[in-house]
Write a protein that binds this ligand. Structure first.
Ligand code: GLA
Length: 383
């Protein structure tokens, strides 16, 4: 393995993680999502490389990927698949970066449903674009990183994570229409919401999108959507659909497809209602919508698990918690909770205790602010 790369012209790019406040599993059927970026970060340092080589290495993850373009064709089933996948998508666009060394580090909890993958992809994409002397719009970067994950990593994710990690704004949730990628930045601290914090609880039950359950849920959504489209020819996707239309087709689709679609269509309605609640500073209403979303994920989308249900149910018994739900891809990962500021410390201690007693696992708790999306941090010119 060669490590004799020179490090002239170093630049550093940083991309956050995310928590989705509402709108789960709606981002691959033209629906709405409402995530925020949170202050856990991946940093990607890029420097000039030797001859015709690329080197991807990390302080955080074991193993490197290195070599010329020919040597980087195969998936390694390793962390490096994410940035190498990004390189593949850039090359497909005719961008061929000069040799580089990429160093990845960060503190995003892994396998927690907080988008560690999108964070690595987007920071790497900015870094490689910079090295290539190219720029792209936020939407182009997000779509490219999604393709990297879908094609090279072979994980069938939607567009939410890559988009919010790229385009988020401090103090705001990003209300994204995932069909056309138009979005609205909605403040998260209006009215009574100013008295609340967003708290994520990590069940430490890990789940990968590539593992199969995500894909099977997605298939159910697509099956039901196809039936709806045939019945209502003007309908583009579930982002357009109403529950009454689904009811009219219920007997023409398998039961599980019907339930998946009922979750998605009702969830889209909850996101629109949540926008109004955020704008009105109506914390109580927002909290109710979160709970409804959780029930729908648990019963209709069937993407929760015992540990997550326990965290949600326990949270709702604790003082100062106005809403709780499973966030992210599901089958483990994190809950997101809205908790009154003055109760955050007791909430954290109580939920840790209860979870420890029930499952003999100490969960991690992250108190989050809504932060900006990915940025360039520094540019160093060395002689
Ligand atoms: C994962 C995917 C997203 C989205 C969520 C569920 O985080 O990467 O695209 O589908 O699950 O809302």
């Amino acid at each position: 393995m060669s490590t004799s790369f020179s490090t002239q012209h170093e630049s550093v790019f940083r991309a956050p993680a995310r928590v989705n406040l509402l709108g789960e599993h709606t981002d691959y059927s033209g629906g709405y999502v409402l995530p925020i970026a949170i202050p856990y970060y991946t940093e990607v340092k890029i420097a000039d490389g030797d001859s015709r080589h690329y080197l991807f290495r990390s302080h955080q993850f074991a193993g490197v990927a290195e070599g010329g373009w020919k040597d980087l064709q195969e998936r390694r089933h390793a962390w490096s698949d994410y940035p190498v996948g990004v390189l593949h998508e850039l090359v497909k666009l005719g961008i061929s970066p000069p040799p580089f060394v990429i160093d990845v580090s960060g503190n995003v909890p892994l396998g927690a449903g907080l988008s560690s993958s999108a964070s690595i992809e987007v920071a790497s994409c900015l870094a490689i674009l910079h090295r290539s002397g190219k720029t792209m719009t936020d939407a182009e970067i997000a779509l490219l990183c999604q393709r990297a994950e879908n094609i090279f990593v072979q994980s069938p994710c939607g567009i939410m994570d890559q988009f919010v990690v790229t385009a988020a704004k401090e103090g705001h949730a990003l209300l994204l229409q995932t069909r056309d990628l138009t979005y609205d930045l909605v403040p998260v601290t209006s009215g009574a919401l100013a008295e609340l914090r967003i708290v994520a609880c990590n069940s430490l039950v890990k789940h990968s999108i590539a593992a199969g359950d995500y894909g099977s849920r997605r298939k159910g959504v697509e099956t039901g959507q196809q039936v709806l489209r045939e019945r209502f020819p003007g309908l583009r996707d579930l982002g357009d659909a109403a529950l009454e239309q689904l009811e009219q087709c219920a007997d023409q689709m398998p039961e599980d497809a019907y339930k998946r679609c009922r979750h998605v269509i009702s969830e889209n309605g909850r996101v629109m209602a949540a926008r109004e609640a955020l704008l009105a500073g109506d914390a109580k209403r927002f909290g109710e919508l979160m709970l409804d979303s959780h029930v729908s994920q648990r019963d209709d989308f069937e993407c929760s698990c015992e540990e997550i249900d326990f965290l949600v149910e326990t949270a709702m018994t604790l003082q100062g918690c106005v809403g709780a739900r499973l966030t992210g891809g599901g089958f483990g990962g994190c809950t997101v909770n809205l908790v009154r500021k003055e109760d955050v410390d007791t909430f954290t201690a109580s939920i840790k205790d209860a979870y420890q007693q029930r499952f003999d696992i100490q969960p991690e708790v992250y108190v989050c602010d809504a932060v900006d999306g990915a940025v360039k941090l520094a540019a160093k010119e060395r002689a």
